[in-house]
Design a binder for this molecule. Structure first.
Ligand SMILES: Cc1cc2nc3c(=O)[nH]c(=O)nc-3n(C[C@H](O)[C@H](O)[C@H](O)COP(=O)(O)OP(=O)(O)OC[C@H]3O[C@@H](n4cnc5c(N)ncnc54)[C@H](O)[C@@H]3O)c2cc1C
Length: 571
């Protein structure tokens, strides 16, 4: 009876504590196993560079993006760097050949074509580049960098331009080196699960390739339809599955990169074990392009799970969320693949933008999305049933639904993955991606909300810049996304948020950047998470690999792009 699969029936049936006390509750009916296919859909995103070097996506609701140089007048261009000339452009055109490999705004007006490469996903940062180059091979990347090095031309490496800290776009006239033309899958070994790809491959395309071979990319995130593997590695992206598969520091086996002077570093090892001296490639993972451009990656990919289940819960308090997480870890253990947190306000804003029917009938202060994936559907279902029985019976969760097929899995995930995009609906978002010890994880959202409310910045009309303060994130990794949705980017709001948020984090020994990196947004604040000694060691590494950029004595923080940051003073 209870083990019958009722496809499409259970999804909207609520899992309530009262139902468990009566007859056998509906949620204990065995869920239909669904393969891990959530990757098949990309989020819609504002206008971005696409795989062919063009643009894709709809326009953002933000009408006008201020130049970064206007928003942050303290950032100065360093005139030691050369200005682009027609002769420089000719070199790149001769080298890269194809017309689409060079977007030339030096010899002609190319403002519209350059726009998606000049501005970021959040519509917060905008540069003045007049040149985008798209090398098609490691050799071309090497020649481009060598030429720039010899001619003192500043550059910014760019992948899918989905970064959330302003690191992927220029500030002034740096050349954008966009990696979208390096998009070949170089090889895959089905026995070991080792994949070797060009850095410009799009995450979602790679994952489709792996799905056809019953494997999975060990990283997944909302920008999968745009972001590149090279960008993922350069940012050490965390994403939705870190809980299960671990960080890229463990999964990346080898890297091919080009150093600022054009030297090719071929460390594209496919070995799991290689203790022959320093593991230099680790510096490029999360290095945000500061010491070189990644051109190739080899990575270990796990077998794809045969069965996936997704449950979505409503909970009455953050204490209950923590209890649910503990129960999930102890009862679902090896099949738990994601535990995501969304607060009530984040879901209200998603609902306001999408007008979709909510997964649960009632509204709750907190929601959790739990995903399991494993190799044995019967075993997984048995574990999941016990877990659901426990959290409902003990009234840890107040209400819940269990997806019954792949469409429903995707639908439930959209309430989590849709948050970043929906929050941008009103104009802009101040985004903070933080690691915080779990017991205090949500307190920051409450404190920030209170702070902005007390000074009258939050409200329902145009007079108030702030629409709402929300918290969501990768609860399983103690990673909170504190987001402040605004009608416009506003210095008054920013002054109330910074350094308040960073000071709050420093007091709890958290991290001011859990997974997005430093970029332009956070580099001036790195001292809140790293000691002076650590910052000095980082600068030494930077100077070693990129001595030319050692010309910013003003900088008291880690630098980001190995050219753009040369212009920056701490904000
Ligand atoms: C909707 C949405 C959801 C997101 N969810 C997550 C999430 O869950 N977890 C997470 O960690 N991030 C997330 N992000 C942030 C972003 O997608 C990741 O940081 C991603 O890894 C960036 O990849 P990219 O190719 O777009 O890189 P870009 O944005 O183009 O660049 C990011 C940085 O890497 C450098 N870079 C890019 N390519 C290279 C290269 N080949 N060599 C050297 N340096 C390079 C750039 O200079 C820049 O500093 C999300 C973003 C969006 C828009």
């Amino acid at each position: 009876m209870a083990t019958t699969c009722l496809k499409n029936v259970l999804f909207n049936r609520r899992l309530t504590a009262s139902s468990i006390k009566s007859s056998r509750p509906s949620y204990l009916l065995r869920p239909c196993p669904a393969a891990q296919t959530r990757w098949s859909s990309a989020t819609t995103e504002p206008r971005q560079p696409d795989a062919d070097g063009g643009t894709k996506g709809g326009p953002s609701t933000q009408r006008y993006i201020k130049y970064t140089s206007e928003s942050y007048p303290g950032i100065k261009r360093d005139n030691k760097f050369g200005k682009l000339s027609k002769a420089h452009v000719k070199f790149f055109k001769d080298l890269l050949g194809a017309q689409s490999a060079v977007i030339d705004g030096v010899s002609q007006d190319a403002t519209d074509d350059l726009e998606p490469f000049n501005s970021d996903w959040m519509r917060k940062y905008k540069g003045h580049t007049k040149l985008v180059v798209k090398p098609g091979s490691t050799d071309e990347v090497s020649k481009v960098l060598k030429y720039c090095n010899n001619n003192m031309l500043a550059v910014v490496p760019q992948g899918g331009n989905s970064g959330l800290v302003g690191g992927s776009v220029p500030v002034y006239d740096e050349i954008v080196i966009n990696m979208s033309r390096m998009n070949s899958i170089r090889g895959f070994d089905e026995v070991s699960g080792t994949l070797v790809v060009d850095a410009g491959c799009i995450l979602e395309i790679v994952d489709h390739f792996l799905a056809e071979r019953n494997h999975i990319f060990p990283l997944d995130l909302g920008a999968k339809g745009s972001c590149h593997i090279g960008g993922n590695v350069a940012t050490n992206a965390g994403g939705l599955r870190l809980l299960r598969y671990g960080s890229l520091h463990g999964n990346v086996l080898g890297i091919e990169a080009v150093l600022p002077d054009g030297t090719v570093m071929d460390d594209l090892s496919k070995l799991r074990k290689n203790n022959t001296g320093y593991d230099i490639k680790q510096l490029f993972i999360g290095g945000e392009g500061t010491i070189g451009i990644i051109t190739g990656v080899s990575i270990l990919c796990p077998q794809r799970s045969k069965a996936a289940n997704v449950a979505f819960f409503g909970l009455e308090s953050f204490d209950k969320v923590q209890e649910a997480f503990r129960a999930a870890k102890s009862q679902l253990s090896e099949i738990l693949s994601a535990f995501e947190l969304m607060d009530g306000q984040s879901q209200d804003l998603v609902h306001a933008v999408t007008a979709k029917k909510r997964p649960l009938e009632g509204q709750y202060p907190f929601y959790c999305l739990i995903e399991t994936s494993g190799s044995n559907p019967d075993h997984d279902s048995e574990k999941l049933e016990k877990f659901l029985e426990h959290v409902m019976g003990e009234e840890i969760v107040s209400d819940g639904v269990l997806a019954q097929d792949e469409t429903q899995i995707q639908s439930l995930w959209s309430w989590r993955e849709g948050i970043p995009e929906c929050l941008g609906h009103w104009g802009g978002v101040y985004k903070y991606d933080l690691s915080i010890p779990l017991p205090e994880l949500y307190k920051l959202v409450e404190d920030t909300r209170e702070r902005l409310t007390s000074v009258g910045l939050i409200g329902d009309d145009e007079k108030h810049p702030v629409v709402g303060v929300v918290g969501y994130g990768h609860m399983g990794d103690s990673n909170l996304h504190l987001n402040v949705a605004t009608r416009r980017f506003d210095t008054e709001v920013e002054k109330k948020l910074e350094p308040f948020v960073y000071e709050w984090i420093a007091k709890r020994n958290g991290s001011i950047s859990a997974e997005h990196g430093l970029g332009l947004a956070k580099k001036a604040f790195v001292g809140y998470s790293r000691s002076e000694t650590m910052i000095r060691l980082m600068k030494q590494i930077k100077d070693l690999y990129d001595p030319v950029s050692r010309i910013t004595p003003l900088l008291d923080c880690l630098m980001t792009n190995y050219t753009a940051e040369r212009y920056h003073e701490p904000i």
